[in-house]
Design a protein around this ligand. Structure first.
Ligand code: BG6
Length: 549
């Protein structure tokens, strides 16, 4: 057994329901239930929630899908998924599996067929009567984005955007978010990608708004479900010593990196139309950025927090065409070695066009135009097939105003740097200068470190677990509001529009040799090289444009 496995075995289980906030019975209807997301993430998460936390007995999972299956076949399929994708130490025993399967139901229909939604309505009413789901419905759209509007309209036409009459005193919930004890509810979760650009996101928002009220809509971004992402707020607003320094007077620049070692796997069709900027920057990175840069909210509630996130996004000016050309670098991975194994380049991946210009790597710089962040560059990077998986936020503080020590004595010194490690090895490190023991005045940078596992000894909930639980409780704090998603697309559009207009030969695609050029761009380990700051690495990146393919 590896040390890591040994350590994780010792972690104590977490609590997902707070005292006094217990989930109500409900039926969760999964659209796209036979798809990848449902099989890999949603079913294992629901099985875990049901078994370990647990969900109420009167909780049902309904698959709405086109394959001709009956309840028993769907149950067999779902059990196969949970046995494949649940972590080994979390798998259900035979009795647990039997229990889980007894909560599963299948409704066969295409997404276009209005009869199918009537069938679904009848099934949900039957579950209210026979299983006690109390008229509460949660619709989960784990579907390709082009089908979303169709499903939403059909749900509306079938009257399914209103809760059923199942609750004894069944009334619709009002107010913004609450557990609404005793009242029935209907909610909808929409997976990313939410639109392909600002116009399509606005259209989807309008389609949703015709059928559901905003407080019924839960736009999901699984990064918001990560403990380490939520901890950015806790860290900033519960420590008196950092917040006074969290501004342009003391911070030199901020870096946000989402580096993945995996390639695109079998998702070529999806990835070809999204690229790194839509797949990661528009959603996950923007969320991390919001929490890192926003002002303190007036309260820890959904509206106050999301108000501040929107204000921050609005303070980022869309990039001008010149900025979009100068300050954004995109690239594709080429063939190389990962963990000693040969991996193919992006263009050779199955399903990718040989002349594809889709970016698998993007790095960009922008500014937040407000009092706190004036003139502080934010550097953002993400890519697939990078040398190692690492998601982190780095706050680089300014150098001391006057250095007492000679340059030869401070060679090993970097400015103070705070690194929030979102994954893996979740934790926070602060680099500080210290004197190397001995007679000479030799200074070096050392780390003050916090590690989640060591500090708390409690396993963190999976992102989807937290988010599904919150939606069942009616808490939308970690979900994305309508204006927020549109504000984020406005920034991304300013880049992708310029890319679209560039004649193909002027598309700048750097060939990233795994581990080579990337290190020079300061993506990962080079960040720790003393004396190197990202701004000079940024120049490096610009020079690297000579590697145009
Ligand atoms: C998804 C992207 O939203 O996030 C994937 O579509 C990416 O391409 C994944 O791999 C990364 O999530 P995580 O939680 O592994 O960082």
């Amino acid at each position: 057994m590896t040390q890591q496995a040994e350590a994780s075995q010792k972690l104590k289980p977490h609590k997902i329901w707070q005292d006094g906030h217990m989930p109500q019975p409900c039926a969760i209807v999964i659209f796209g239930a036979t798809g990848d997301l449902a099989q890999r993430k949603l079913l294992p998460t629901l099985a875990h929630l049901m078994h370990d936390h647990p969900l109420p007995q009167s909780f049902c999972i309904v698959a709405f899908a086109r394959r001709p299956l009956d309840d028993e076949q769907w149950r067999a399929m779902a059990l196969k998924s949970i046995n494949t994708y649940m972590p080994e130490d979390d798998r259900l025993d035979e009795e647990g599996q039997k229990q889980f399967a007894s909560h599963l139901f299948y409704c066969q229909s295409t997404f276009e067929d209005s009869q199918g939604y009537q069938k679904l309505k009848q099934l949900l009413e039957k579950l209210d009567r026979e299983q006690g789901t109390a008229g509460n419905r949660l619709f989960y759209l784990a579907t390709p984005p082009e089908t979303d509007s169709q499903i939403i309209a059909q749900l509306g036409a079938a009257g399914l955007s209103h809760p059923g009459q199942g609750a004894e005193n069944g009334h619709e919930e009002h107010g913004n978010h609450s557990n609404n004890h005793g009242k029935s509810w209907a909610r909808i979760i929409i997976e990313k990608p939410f639109g392909h650009d600002l116009a399509t996101a606005q259209k989807l928002n309008r389609d949703l708004g015709r059928v559901f009220r905003e407080n019924q809509i839960y736009r999901i971004d699984h990064y918001m479900g990560k403990e380490t992402v939520q901890n950015i707020l806790a860290f900033r607003f519960s420590n008196g010593i950092f917040e006074p320094l969290w501004n342009q007077r003391y911070i030199d620049h901020v870096q946000i990196t989402v580096a993945e070692s995996l390639g695109i796997g079998t998702r070529a069709e999806f990835y070809e139309s999204e690229g790194a900027i839509r797949d990661i920057v528009q959603n996950h990175i923007m969320q991390v950025l919001c929490l890192t840069g926003m002002e303190p909210p007036v309260a820890f509630d959904a509206e106050a927090i999301r108000d501040e996130k929107v204000k921050l996004l609005r303070a980022i000016n869309p990039l001008t065409p010149d900025e979009a050309k100068q300050d954004v670098v995109r690239a594709q991975y080429v063939a190389g070695e990962v963990d000693g194994k040969h991996v193919v380049g992006y263009k050779e991946e199955q399903g990718v066009k040989p002349d594809s210009t889709t970016e698998t790597f993007v790095a960009l710089k922008f500014f937040i135009e407000n009092w706190r962040w004036e003139d502080v560059p934010f550097y953002i990077r993400t890519g697939k097939r990078l040398p190692k998986r690492s998601t982190e936020v780095t706050i680089q503080f300014k150098r001391v105003p006057h250095q007492l020590y000679k340059p030869s004595e401070t060679k090993g010194l970097v400015p103070n740097r705070l690194t929030i490690r979102i994954q893996p090895d979740e934790g926070i490190a602060l680099k500080i200068g210290a004197k190397v023991p001995g007679a000479a005045n030799q200074l070096s940078s050392v780390d003050m470190s916090f590690s989640y596992n060591q500090a708390f000894g409690i396993e963190s909930p999976e992102a989807y677990e937290r988010l599904i639980a919150d939606c069942i409780l009616g808490d939308s704090t970690l979900f994305i509001r309508r204006d927020e998603i549109e504000a984020s697309w406005r920034i991304i559009d300013s880049i992708t529009k310029v890319w679209k207009q560039l004649p193909p030969r002027r598309c700048i695609l750097i060939k990233l040799e795994p581990g080579g050029l990337l290190r020079r761009m300061g993506c990962l380990s080079a960040m720790d090289v003393p004396g190197i700051t990202l701004s000079c690495l940024w120049h490096d990146a610009a020079e690297a444009r000579v590697y145009i393919s």
